[in-house]
Design a protein around this ligand. Structure first.
Ligand SMILES: C[S@@+](CC[C@H](N)C(=O)[O-])C[C@H]1O[C@@H](n2cnc3c(N)ncnc32)[C@H](O)[C@@H]1O
Length: 215
């Protein structure tokens, strides 16, 4: 699928339900292909949030309901999740969500520009085996990449249910220095996501990081 970066997403069997398939027929009206498309859609909104790896979209939907004046961009590579998200968007009659169906790092492969007020990453693929750690999405290079596209005083919210990944994220953020830790969560999370619930049911602790871009 993608050549420039080592894939940060795991292989899936690609099964898509009939309703997801029907929803995907509407994909074009939600799609953004690049930052130019995004900026065009942003004209009507005061803020822009990006959720990377939205899975089935449950948090993205909640954020879009809670923040109607924000344009919410969801980035996901799997069609099944995109199909579920489109179904929920239509059911809730939401107009403030757009979808980027690709490796999010491709969206940022251009001149930096301060666009996002908030970036959310919930349960990035953990790649628990040490030999796979290089596939993890969040590392120093990735933090620099997203930093370049965040506005001054914008926020970064990350959660993971894998202790070892949490430790490496914490260390990368500490060394990176351009984000400062904030005490209280900057987003209202109505409920845990599917992967957070799975983590808890498998007795893993959820670590949450809330940071502010401060120059
Ligand atoms: C473990 S799942 C978590 C899904 C959801 N956030 C949740 O908590 O239920 C991680 C998701 O991130 C997506 N993902 C991984 N790397 C990505 C990338 N480079 N760009 C966009 N999405 C990515 C995967 O396809 C997968 O759906």
């Amino acid at each position: 699928m993608h050549q420039k970066y080592l894939p940060s997403f795991a292989k899936r069997n690609g099964r898509i339900t009939n309703s997801q398939k029907r929803n995907l027929e509407l994909f074009k009206s939600f799609e953004i292909k690049n930052l130019e498309d995004l900026k065009y859609s942003l004209k009507k909104y005061s803020k822009c949030a990006l959720e990377i790896g939205f899975g089935n979209g449950e948090n993205l939907i909640n954020q879009a309901i809670l923040n109607p004046n924000t344009l919410h961009i969801g980035s996901e590579v799997y069609k099944s999740g995109i199909g579920s998200l489109i179904g929920a968007i239509n059911q809730k009659k939401l107009s403030n969500i757009k979808i980027y169906q690709n490796d999010v790092r491709d969206l940022f492969d251009r001149e930096p520009e301060e666009i996002f007020d908030l970036i959310i990453i919930i349960c990035p693929d953990p790649w628990p085996k040490e030999k796979h750690h290089k596939r993890r999405l969040i590392n120093k290079e990735f933090l620099q990449m997203i930093f370049n596209f965040m506005k001054e005083n914008s926020y970064l919210h990350i959660s993971t249910d894998w202790q070892n990944y949490a430790e490496s994220i914490e260390e990368d953020l500490r060394v990176f220095k351009k984000f400062s830790k904030i005490k209280n969560s900057i987003i209202t999370r109505k409920e845990l996501t599917k992967f957070e619930r799975r983590g808890i049911s498998e007795e893993r602790k959820i670590s949450v990081f809330d940071f502010k871009k401060s120059i």
